[in-house]
Design a protein around this ligand. Sequence first.
Ligand code: HEC
Length: 117
Amino acid sequence: MIKYSLILILTISVFSMCANKKSVQYEFPLAMTEEVKKVNQAYAEQGLALYRVNCSKCHSDTIKRKELIPDFTSEQLSNYEFRIANKKHEDNLGETQLTQDELILINMFFNYKKKNK
Ligand code: HEC
């Protein structure tokens, strides 16, 4: 019996950890149809995965085990100087490290991510 409760507790905690990691929310324009929202959310989620690989180590915080992602604007991300804006970007964000298509997906993510307030 104890064995089963242990397994249950373990399963629940693994699930809640995953839920935490996934807790990014999106905001879409009211006029957008459900179908278009779905497509855009799929792009945004690819952008989120790319953000986590390429950017989060320098830009995300973890507060009470919750991932805090900044609200970057598309102006900030599409600036032609973005890749060389500072030494760290210069060393990490060249077009061979992060393709233009990947940067566009990251931009989609920030476009639809619910703002932190
Ligand atoms: C190796 C560390 C590092 C990585 C990786 C990195 N950045 Fe940065 N980034 C910095 C630093 C340092 C600055 C300048 C100081 C600051 O504003 O935090 C900066 C500045 C910025 C700014 C300007 C912020 C402002 O206030 O004007 C944006 C936008 C940004 N980064 C986005 C990104 C995105 C998107 C990625 C991933 C594609 C990324 N960064 C990857 C270190 C990094």
